[in-house]
Design a protein around this ligand. Structure first.
Ligand SMILES: *Cc1c(COP(=O)(O)O)cnc(C)c1O
Length: 394
């Protein structure tokens, strides 16, 4: 067979480096228990932090909206795909996040590409944390602005980089909660450094929204940072909110600029209206049922104190993302496979998703878990890690 791009060689190399990726075939809804390829597992790898992805109220509003609007939105937002379901959700997201306006995008990846490439171009500069999500890095590359990456959560390094980098517009971009580490960005300090340099700050709160803050509206609520201090907020709907899609929230002028200029907003079909309708139900549950956040916070603290007792190498995180540092990619895979044989679904995260030598098990907890689930998880981790001399070796 002709293979001018040497694909076979590239794939063989990935396998040999233990970096080859495979998909699982899931046969049940998301939940704390999940069926994969004929077997039931305890699920510790989804981003469905509040356990809403299969909530009966969301399913019902999705069905009702499908009856009312059909399935497809039929067009982009600027043609005639923008329904009342989208419009109402945008109003509610703006209120929820305390911003003037919000604008829906079809995915978080597209929201990030859209906003950064609409705001920055060749003569501008984008500053990003080294551990930012891949979509934020791709967004800066697409914009053709100068891209500078500062050391993880290092405001002094950011300050120095801002001082030494030329650019008409300067945009600083950070994850609110880092997706593979679970720690928070020091957003108040980032906001003040950014303001000193007449730059703008954007926070991608894919993993904070729905969980952090008294109302669950995310990292910026937790730090009490209004729109004047963090002018650009991105949130996703596919994680804690349990549905699909994303939004940008900020000033009237920001949102109108995106409607005019963000290519991933303009040149794509609007989300199905039923997805927007189900997301409104999800926001309603977040408002009226704070017990999910409280229960999840309790599970996180139970898990961390249990892990400490048995000497597990947890990374410092107070969010539902509780990574266990392993280091070597091969060993991370082996532990993940051993846990799978024991009935636990936990993914091994390897380069290039995380830096070389920092492979880890990315354990995620959700409001759907119970104390019994956590106890079973700790026992399985203890067994898998003590066999390999992995305990407390950081
Ligand atoms: C998941 C994620 C995204 C992408 O969101 P999608 O809606 O899944 O495309 C962007 N940023 C971060 C930090 C994420 O974790």
């Amino acid at each position: 067979m002709s293979d001018p791009f040497n694909l076979a060689e590239g794939l063989a190399e990935k396998k040999q480096q233990h970096l080859y990726r495979k998909r699982l075939e899931v046969q049940s809804p998301q939940g704390s228990e999940i069926k994969v390829e004929g077997r039931d597992y305890l699920n510790f790898c989804s981003n469905d932090y509040l356990g809403l992805a299969n909530h009966p109220d969301l399913v019902q509003s999705f069905k009702d909206a499908a009856n009312r609007y059909g399935v497809g939105s039929g067009a982009s937002h600027l043609i005639n795909g923008h329904s009342s379901a989208h419009q109402n959700l945008e109003l509610e997201l703006a209120e929820f996040t305390g911003r003037d306006r919000a604008l829906l995008f079809s995915t978080g990846y597209m929201a990030n590409l859209g906003v950064i490439s609409a705001l920055c171009g060749r003569n501008d500069a984008v500053f990003e944390d080294r551990l930012n999500h891949a979509s934020l890095i791709d967004a800066a590359l697409l914009s053709r602005a100068t891209l500078k990456r500062y050391r993880h959560n290092d405001c002094a390094h950011l300050e120095e980089t801002l001082r030494h980098t030329k650019g008409n517009r300067k945009l600083v971009v950070t994850d609110g909660v880092f997706s593979m580490d679970g720690d928070l960005a020091p957003v108040p300090e980032l906001a003040s450094v950014t303001q000193q340099h007449q730059a703008w700050l954007m926070v991608d709160d894919a993993h904070g929204i729905g969980f952090l803050g008294a109302k669950g509206s995310g990292t910026l609520e937790q730090f009490n940072l209004p729109q004047q201090e963090v002018p650009i907020l991105m949130g996703t709907l596919g994680k804690a909110l349990g549905t699909f899609g994303a939004f940008i929230a900020g000033s009237e002028e920001l949102i109108e600029t995106l409607i005019q200029n963000a290519r991933t907003y303009i040149y794509t079909t609007a989300l199905p209206p039923a997805v927007a309708a189900a997301t409104r139900t999800s926001l309603g549950l977040i408002k009226t049922e704070p017990w999910r956040r409280q229960h999840l916070a309790e599970l996180i603290s139970t898990f961390r104190s249990g892990a400490e007792r048995i000497g597990l190498n947890l990374m410092p995180s107070l969010t539902p993302i509780q990574p266990l540092h392993v280091g070597d990619a091969k060993q991370a895979i082996e532990i993940s496979e051993e846990l799978r044989r024991a009935g636990f679904l936990i993914s091994a995260i390897r380069p290039p998703t995380v830096p070389e030598g920092t492979s880890r098990l990315r354990i995620t907890l959700t409001a759907g878990h119970t104390d019994q689930h956590i106890a079973a998880l700790l026992e399985a981790l203890d067994k898998a890690c003590s066999n390999r001399n992995l305990s407390a070796n950081l």
